[in-house]
Design a binder for this molecule. Structure first.
Ligand code: 2DT
Length: 212
């Protein structure tokens, strides 16, 4: 019989250390996909616009202090409060390019010494990304780029532990791009990987949930 095809948008996540170039690559990718006729939105976590997001933002700016587990759960709640919107956008055909997701949640909290399994638990049931791209740069090289702001996690020693956490989270499904390449080369690789993913989702790839 006729197989029903539920075309949908792709959930594409970019991860990496601070100063790896994620944010500018996200916006370049959004422009590219738009220009090639796709409906696409740029998202980021934390989403600092919600009530929870404002608490997170104040914590990151060192304007407030929270228990490590409490802030971890706020980051997670910040994704949960966007989950239904995320699913409806994707279902209606919008591709989402997301700057950080659950992997940042686990990498940064476990870098503080929290148990990885404990960190993963509140993420279970969130939508799984169709693609995770890791922009790979050493903590030392990232620090050399300068422009670490004054936020809580923007310190070399901490970024080194985050890099180790990402390393243990990273699996064979992740696409890793050398973040020290020229911007245009990274952009080119990213376009190709992302376009493939978008096309797979257009063909009706089913949703799945974390953790895979
Ligand atoms: P930006 O500089 O990208 O706004 O990130 N973080 C992020 C966590 O600790 N847990 C999370 O779940 C997420 C999404 C990474 C702000 C900082 O927040 C960290 C850097």
């Amino acid at each position: 019989g006729n197989k029903k095809i539920d075309s949908r948008g792709a959930l594409i996540v970019l991860e990496g250390l601070d100063r790896c170039g994620k944010t500018s690559q996200c916006s370049r990718l959004v422009s590219y996909l738009e220009e090639s006729g796709h409906v696409v939105e740029s998202w980021r976590f934390p989403d600092r616009n919600t009530g929870v997001g404002k608490m997170i933002s104040s914590y990151l700016a060192n304007d407030s202090h929270l228990d490590d587990r409490a802030i971890h759960l706020l980051f997670s709640a910040n994704r949960w409060e966007k989950r239904s919107l995320m699913e409806s956008k994707l279902s209606s055909g919008t591709t989402l390019i997301v700057d950080r997701y659950s992997f940042s949640g686990v990498a940064f909290s476990s870098a503080k010494g929290l148990d990885v399994e404990w960190c993963m638990a509140p993420e279970v049931g969130l939508l799984a990304p169709d693609l995770v791209v890791y922009l790979d740069i050493s903590p030392e090289k990232a620090a050399e780029r300068g422009g670490y702001g004054g936020e809580r996690y923007e310190k070399l020693e901490f970024q080194k532990r985050v890099a180790q956490s990402y390393n243990t989270l990273c699996d064979a499904t992740w696409k890793i791009i050398d973040a020290t390449l020229p911007i245009e080369d990274i952009e080119k690789q990213l376009r190709q990987i992302a376009m493939e993913c978008v096309q797979t989702c257009e063909k009706g790839k089913p949703f799945s949930e974390l953790w895979l």
